[in-house]
Design a protein around this ligand. Structure first.
Ligand SMILES: [Zn+2]
Length: 487
């Protein structure tokens, strides 16, 4: 996902009146872990979080930059942790050097996949520009209350928190009423030969679940307080369109009107000025409705009338201008991302190409958009074609399931009543694959993060506040335990 967009969103928001301070560090003693029988289902998780912090640090030190990924070493490390706990993991090989890890806590002899809960996180990370980092991105450096390193947030932080929640359940030795499955995936950042799609095709019986929690959501922090929690229930669909202009090549000293570079740039210019119409999905309506309760008066005023016949259109324009993410949540978007033409300064090429990255709202089809763009470009020298690497259109996860209800309840309780809102994410995650297999998948990075830290994801000096990591471990442990013990 392009998490820099999140940063912009938070920058646009204003501190709200009700929110919970970050409390992860205040629980000091006793450092018991696991799940006592009574009175609370989950006890103090301080020691567990510290242990998980060590796992996270070691995972950061295993360089899983994708490409090439090399997730096998991380998979073996995770498998060794699980084995020590008396759990039998399976390392599932995908391509040479690339594996996933799966492990299961059973509720009964005969599994019921429709009830099972799947905890998903990916082991691979995006690359780094080392010269721009102030620390070794694969050193696992702790500095001033932060753990630095590529993947500390995306997604090794979640991987370690999932592992901690899973192990806490095992250590608690309580009767669970649904299977809980831990899954560490590979190749998320490239969606290639070792991705979840391939894993599902080869090993679905080992992963099949009715519910999942994955990356994609967020706990938005501002001024040391949690402002709101966004649970991802749907995502936009990424489609690439190739724009090709053809013409007569020749010597640049005698230019003609059919120079493909000129036709292409004119087409891209027209496309760049096109704005697709707004379509408010039920998720986005609920999101703005919830957000209007905590936004400043001016923003809230527009959010409240966003769907009204008289002021809706103006409100949509105002909201779109406030945040690229809000704009993207309301309409299909088009971003020209690549240009290719020419071999020499003095030669007019016979062909010029551009790529448009389109993000479709769920349920929109690319044909309608393509038709509109063709009319707009209106140039016989220019052809628009959908490329073969399109993302998947998946159904939304339901906002009515017992798991969605539980996530909402636990998050609100843990963050002092902060609103919990459904999210349609502009970026893509593995959850689309899961939703296509009837899994009710919800996105949540459980760590309270502010704009500054979110802007570092996929960028330089990625880091996670240790207190936020501990809070995330605590939250995941409560979610997983409550859902598998009492529901
Ligand atoms: Zn990720």
């Amino acid at each position: 996902m392009n998490w820099k967009r999140w940063g912009f969103l938070i920058w646009c928001a204003v501190a709200m009146s009700c929110g919970a301070p970050l409390r992860a560090q205040v629980r000091q003693s006793p450092p018991a872990m696991g799940i006592p029988e009574s009175p609370a289902l989950v006890g103090d998780t301080t020691a567990l979080a510290l242990e998980a912090q060590g796992w996270l640090m070691n995972l950061v030190k295993i360089n899983t930059t994708n490409p090439p990924g090399n997730e096998q070493q991380a998979a073996n490390y995770i498998a060794s942790i699980l084995t020590k706990e008396g759990i039998t993991p399976e390392v599932l090989d995908l391509t040479p050097g690339r594996s996933a890890v799966v492990a299961r806590l059973r509720s009964s002899a005969v599994p019921d996949p429709s009830r099972a809960l799947l905890l998903v996180a990916h082991m691979d990370v995006v690359g780094v520009e080392r010269s721009k980092w102030s620390v070794d991105p694969f050193g696992g450096v702790i500095k001033e209350g932060y753990l630095y390193g590529r993947g500390t947030i995306d997604d090794k932080g979640m991987l370690a928190a999932n592992l901690a929640a899973f192990i806490a359940l095992k250590r608690g030795n309580v009767h669970i009423n649904r299977d809980v499955i831990f899954l560490a995936t590979a190749d998320k950042e490239q969606f290639g030969d070792a991705s979840l799609k391939i894993l599902i095709a080869k090993y679905w019986d080992k992963l099949a679940a009715g519910f999942a929690v994955n990356e994609g959501g967020i706990v938005v922090m501002k001024g040391g307080k949690v402002q709101y929690v966004g649970l991802q229930v749907a995502e936009k669909v990424s489609v690439n369109i190739a724009v090709t202009a053809k013409g007569k090549g020749g010597h640049a000293s005698m230019p003609t009107k059919d120079n493909p570079v000129v036709h292409l740039t004119a087409a891209v210019d027209k496309i760049a000025n096109y704005t697709a119409p707004v379509r408010l999905t039920s998720i986005v309506r609920r999101y703005f409705e919830g957000l209007s309760a905590i936004e400043d008066d001016e923003t809230a005023k527009w959010m409240r009338v966003i769907d009204t016949p008289d002021r809706g259109e103006h409100a949509q324009r105002v909201i779109s201008d406030m945040s690229p993410m809000w704009n993207s949540m309301m309409r299909d978007t088009i971003a020209p991302t690549m240009l290719q033409a020419g071999v020499r300064p003095n030669v007019i090429p016979s062909e010029a190409k551009a790529v448009l990255n389109v993000r479709l709202l769920p349920e929109d089809t690319v044909d309608v958009l393509l038709n509109n763009l063709n009319k707009l470009v209106n140039d016989p020298a220019v052809r628009l074609e959908v490329m073969s690497d399109s993302g998947l259109a998946a159904p939304n996860s339901s906002m009515e399931t017992e798991f969605y209800g539980l996530l909402t309840k636990v998050c609100a309780k843990e963050f002092g009543g902060a609103p919990v809102l459904p999210l349609l994410s502009p970026g893509a995650t593995d959850s689309a694959q899961l939703r296509l297999h009837n899994v009710q998948a919800y996105g949540l990075w459980p760590f309270p993060l502010n704009e500054e830290d979110l802007s570092r994801v996929h960028g330089e000096d990625e880091r996670i506040p240790l207190a936020s990591f501990a809070k995330g471990v605590d939250l995941m442990t409560r979610i997983v335990t409550e859902f598998s013990v009492t529901h």
